[in-house]
Design a protein around this ligand. Sequence first.
Ligand code: PLP
Length: 468
Amino acid sequence: MNLSRFREDGKAVIDFIADYLESIESRPVLSRVEPGEIRAKLPAHAPEQAEPFGDVLRDVEEIILPGLTHWQHPSFFAYFPANSSPPSILGELLSAGLGVQGMLWATSPACTELETHLLDWLVELLALPERFRSSSTGGGVIQDTASSATLCALLAARERATGFAVNERGVNAPGLPQLVAYTSTQAHSSVEKAMTIAGLGRAQLQTIAVDESFRMRPDGLAHAIASDQAAGRVPFFVSATVGTTSTGAIDPLPAIGAICARHGIWLHVDAAHLGSAALCPEFRAIHDGLEHADSYCFNPHKWMLVNFDCDCFWVADRSALIRTLSVLPEYLRNQATESGAVIDYRDWHIPLGRRFRALKLWFVLRSYGARGLREHIRRHVAFANDFAERVAGDDRFVLAAPPALGLVCFRDRRGDDATEALMTRLNESGALYLTHTRLNGQFVLRLSVGGTWTEARHVAEAWERIGA
Ligand code: PLP
């Protein structure tokens, strides 16, 4: 493809995306294909001859789109949203177009400096603790996902707790303490995954019971820590959640933070979905107690109009993270690194290479402004509150958890079978898509409001179908 073809085909792709988004409501939200159906439509072998780009785009329309679940459909209420938006799409495109690789400051200074600067902007916009700023002891970095951020936090915590011995001598080295991590029974599975990747294993993760609102119980945490210490184990890491995946519950950070501070335990706060709400001053209480955190992450790729992948991760003490993840082979040595005057983000995450993700974040922040982003969040919170009121006012249904910002958990009063049948009926209709969880053993539906294109009428229609 030469550059004049690229201009033409590129415009066709932008038109394709705009047409797709414009007509998305005419498609069933949840893909209806059977396993293997898409592969059966693809040739058995890669093409030997070059093909016209028009043919490729036609196949996207005819083969790929029917096999998609339309995450940008305004009636997508499943999981948590994966926002996208026109400026974010353009930022992503530009990132690919510039094709830079920002592993070192020297490999593209703008890639690093824009990222550092935006993460400092976000400290201010979300009113995060000052020590997360790059001008303080901490700093922020863009990761692909919250799962990676949690893993990095856990690795840094492991090294801090062992005097950086595991990195040197391995998890099985003699004399190392038996480390224990803690999270609630409602925490995201990425914490358990991080434990397995870190070589600590699930067995060294204690899951702490939650209260009636699905928040971690600080007394349970304190008790577990005390009994582990009494048995000679070393508590080193607590992962608290602001906005749990099942119900949007917020763990009590002030009490958890005080416990962690007392025992010198690394506190990581995972606000993957809910963190965006702190753009609005009236919702900032979700972060009360965050000043105790050693690390924190949230996903603009969930609810802040930035397309996947974009997780923002901050640490209060960047030196622990860098010391944990830094390996400097000769071929990466350069003057800027040696000078100590720059950030090399390769030391802040798992891979070496890194995409220019800050561009899409920058485009979104500038295109909507903080005011536009707040408006986006407030609308969804209002739609979800309205939906929760309807559920609460209908005898046939029960709210299964306290309504959270943008998320409503409910069930059919008649029990699991009826609730599950309702979910199947709704999802098979193609008109909307929602998913479930289990709370206290009961099957519960989650309506998560946060789509870029979701309006009040889509939530109202969802309720009409639920009640029909
Ligand atoms: N943490 C929480 C609370 C989540 O809800 C999710 C996903 O929904 C994750 C972590 C994982 O997010 P990611 O896909 O960015 O790893």
